[in-house]
Write a protein that binds this ligand. Structure first.
Ligand code: SAM
Length: 321
């Protein structure tokens, strides 16, 4: 077990398959530039070995595959296939959904427990303005097909004052109608937002989100697992939703996550650009690699914030959102 001095145990691994993305969301990358793959990304074999080592060295039971956009990575199918032999309790994927329909057979064939689809608006033109790419109808079709195949789907929505403030209730209702648990994610002070007043201008906090919902629906707070990033709420007779309130109610104190970036670095915290490379371990035999990795993981756990996210210039897609 890898535990830090505050008693936080590493049990939750996020793997960024690639830093590349087919979107260029305004709040994630500046100037409409799609983020390219890192030149030094791990090969398919290295990635699969790295994930296996991390799971074994840490006693990990939850894995999330993210990016960049994981579904555009050539390594996606092979990584999913490799997870079958590992005893993971929970495998999840975060995707923008553009290729969900195409990749659904691979996802269903693997032991994926659930997917989170990022969806910031139901308005096709607002969608193009935020993502600066992609097609809303294709994402919605992918969600319908995933639901029809009985895959558990959640939707992630980042409220942004000038882009989707009027969409927050329609998205909630879209999700409630389909028994999807929506997660509003408070805008994080990352990447180009970090030294920019845009962050304060665009940020919409939990109280404001709840106020909007409360004008139409009664809701109450329900329990969430101790290491959950999300606060959860129930609207009686309609369903549930959550808020990842990294600013309003930080959850660093109970964070159990470490992140593997697509170029083989372990990040302890989204608010810390310091990372430890594990590339040099990937040529070593399993027992040696495991021992060395455990010591790296202990160091990575020390990078966590004690209480609250403090912002970071690293782009979320490099670390794996
Ligand atoms: N491409 C995939 C997707 O779109 O879901 C996975 C990677 S993306 C970085 C993961 C999540 O991070 C998305 O839900 C996205 O909205 C969110 N995200 C990116 N930048 C953010 C920021 N500054 N604050 C809050 N959430 C952010």
């Amino acid at each position: 077990m890898i535990i830090d001095p505050l008693g936080r145990r590493f049990k939750n691994l996020r793997v960024s398959l690639t830093a590349a993305c087919n979107y260029a969301c305004t709040y994630c990358v500046p100037d409409g530039k799609k983020l390219q793959a890192l030149s030094a990304e791990l090969s398919e074999a290295e990635l699969i070995y790295a994930v296996r080592l991390l799971i074994d060295a840490g006693g990990v039971d939850k894995l999330r595959i993210t990016g960049g956009e994981p579904l555009i990575s050539k390594k996606f199918d092979a990584l999913l296939g490799s997870l079958r032999d590992l005893s993971l309790k929970d495998i999840a994927i975060t995707t923008n959904g553009q290729f969900l329909k195409k990749k659904l057979p691979v996802i269903l064939d693997a032991q994926v427990s659930r997917i989170n689809v990022s969806l910031d608006t139901l308005d096709a033109s607002a969608f193009r303005s935020i993502a600066r790419s992609g097609d809303l109808a294709t994402v919605l079709e992918g969600i319908e097909e995933a639901l029809a195949a009985n895959l558990k789907v959640k939707v992630n929505c980042v409220p942004i004052r000038t882009s989707n403030i009027d969409e927050l209730l329609p998205i909630l209702e879209y999700c409630l109608d389909r028994n999807i648990e929506l997660r509003y994610i408070e805008l994080m002070n990352m990447g180009h937002l970090k030294h920019n007043q845009l962050y304060e201008q665009e940020f919409i906090g939990m109280d404001e989100i709840l106020d909007k919902i409360g004008r139409k629906y009664e809701y109450y707070k329900i329990d969430a697992p101790i290491d959950s990033t999300s606060l959860r709420f129930e609207i009686p007779d309609y369903g549930r939703f959550g808020i990842i309130a990294n600013e309003s109610e930080p959850f660093c104190r109970t964070c159990t996550r470490l992140r593997l970036s697509s170029n083989g670095q372990i990040f302890g915290c989204l608010s810390n650009s310091k990372a430890f490379s594990i590339r040099q371990l990937l040529d070593k035999p399993y027992p040696i690699a495991i021992t060395e990795l455990q010591s790296i993981l202990k160091s990575a756990m020390q990078l966590k914030q004690r209480l609250a996210f403090t912002g970071e210039t690293t782009v979320m897609k490099f670390i794996g959102g």
